[in-house]
Design a protein around this ligand. Structure first.
Ligand SMILES: Nc1ncnc2c1ncn2[C@@H]1O[C@H](COP(=O)(O)OP(=O)(O)OP(=O)(O)O)[C@@H](O)[C@H]1O
Length: 435
């Protein structure tokens, strides 16, 4: 593609953008986006009367900043809350708590900030197939933000031609329908549409998902060029660590509705401080087939965001969970006890299944089968006695008592307290001591 030419950019034909606060001392000193304690809880309703009985804590007290011209990557497994965070941040869905400041002004109050946010931010949605209307030409779809703002038809066409060329398409692509374009071309249309109103901040939800590696690389090059040319701030939402490594200055790591680590991309991904980040970074496939399997691999599933675990939300899967003091347990052995507790609490210890595996039908045989299934340790002293009693309770079907015993006898900071992410440039929320 040709070199960036800012004069061909969105500003030249946008719908009369008002002067921004860029350049004024106060606003310029503040990062473009400041998110403080943002929260999005979805109500859980049940019963005939559909009463509210709980909440899905999709985003649960998240704070971060994005500087002017900066690219921040948001990574985490599926279901960690990345898309909800992105949508809530742009007020496409209403937050249930917390604040967003955009370019020095609070967003969401009628006094201001809202229209500015709408006009100066844009989102490129995850799935271009569903975000482009199959009934409209892609040129019409890309022109939609301009139409909504009252820009005349002829000006819209010209503008879209400029934008299409800017993103590596041609003016002739305007009259095609989505099904006539490749996956990569559809992404480019989405990017062109996002640029239509000359935004300062663009959120890209999984911008390269389901594309060939070479098409991914071209798209990332394009985004880097556009960022530079238009001084864009970008938020890359991705579960693909290698995309974020390539495209972002900083990275924020999300787990079960919370940010667990933030910092400069290289520093976070090459030397993660949080065990979850270590697991995500280790999961990136290495080109060397002889390389050892990562030691920090993730097992188990993300907790239910309607019922997140007490303490550190990652403790139920953490390969480095801190064992109770003086228990003599390793993290892995403690992890086995936690697995049992989680399954008992969720009613997932199936005694019939255990019976099928046990070498007898008596309580001792069932207890041995349960210990074998979970790989339970046999600690000495009080912890050992408590675990044996819990196993007896479990095989007798008294899951609640078993859970209570384990909780009492196997305490650790990881199960007691949710660690706070500190302040500053490089932070992680973990109870493990840092060197
Ligand atoms: N409208 C909704 N109502 C109830 N729960 C929701 C709603 N939208 C999302 N959730 C839940 O919120 C949690 C976070 O979902 P979200 O889509 O934000 O995660 P994600 O990290 O973006 O995942 P993915 O990468 O799969 O898109 C999930 O448990 C999801 O089921």
């Amino acid at each position: 593609m040709s070199q960036p030419d800012a004069s061909a950019g969105p500003a030249s034909t946008a719908a009369d953008p008002e002067p921004t606060t860029d350049g004024t001392d106060g606003a310029a000193a503040e990062p473009l986006v400041v998110v403080d304690d943002l929260e999005k809880h979805y109500p859980v309703r049940s019963g005939v009367l559909r009463r509210r009985t709980g909440a899905v804590r999709a985003v649960d007290g998240v704070s971060f900043e994005i500087g002017r011209g900066e690219a921040l990557g948001l990574i985490g497994e599926s279901g960690s809350g990345k898309s909800t965070l992105a949508e809530t941040l742009l007020h496409l869905t209403e937050p249930t708590g917390g604040t967003v400041r955009f370019d020095g002004a609070p967003v969401g109050d009628e006094a201001g900030g809202f229209d500015d946010l709408r006009r100066r931010t844009a989102m490129v949605f995850q799935d271009p197939a569903s975000s482009l209307d199959p009934q409209l030409t892609v040129g019409e779809s890309a022109a939609e933000p301009l139409r909504v703002r009252g820009v005349a038809r002829r000006r819209r066409r010209e503008r879209v031609a400029t934008l299409f060329e800017r993103v590596g398409l041609t003016a002739a692509h305007r009259d095609r329908y989505p099904h006539e374009l490749s996956g990569g071309q559809k992404r480019r249309v989405g990017i062109a549409r996002a640029l239509a109103l000359d935004p300062a901040f663009v959120v890209l939800d999984e911008p390269t998902a389901a594309l060939d590696v070479s098409v991914q690389a071209e798209l990332l090059d394009l985004l880097a060029e556009l960022r530079e040319a238009f001084d864009l701030s970008l938020l890359f939402v991705s579960h693909d660590v290698s995309v974020v490594r390539r495209a972002c200055d900083r990275v924020a790591v999300m787990y079960a509705g919370e940010l667990v680590e933030t910092g400069a991309t290289r520093s976070v991904l090459d030397d993660p401080a949080h065990p979850y980040t270590r697991a995500l970074a280790a999961a990136v496939p290495t080109p060397d087939p002889r390389a050892e399997r990562p030691r920090h691999s993730l097992s188990g599933a993300m907790p239910d965001p309607a019922d997140p675990p007490d303490g550190c939300r990652f403790h139920t899967r953490c390969p480095e969970v801190i064992p109770p003091e003086d228990s003599g347990l390793t993290s892995a052995e403690y992890g086995a006890v936690i697995d049992l507790r989680v399954d008992l609490a969720g009613g997932e210890v199936d005694l019939d299944r255990l019976r099928a595996r046990a070498d007898g039908d008596d309580a001792d045989s069932l207890g041995r089968a349960l210990r074998a299934e979970y790989g339970l340790p046999g600690p000495d002293g009080d912890a050992g006695r408590a675990l044996s009693a819990a196993v007896d309770d479990a095989v007798a079907g008294d899951d609640a008592t078993a859970v209570g015993r384990i909780r009492e006898a196997f305490g650790s900071p990881c199960v007691r307290e949710n660690p706070e992410r500190g302040e500053g440039d490089r932070d992680s929320a973990c109870h493990l001591p840092t060197e």
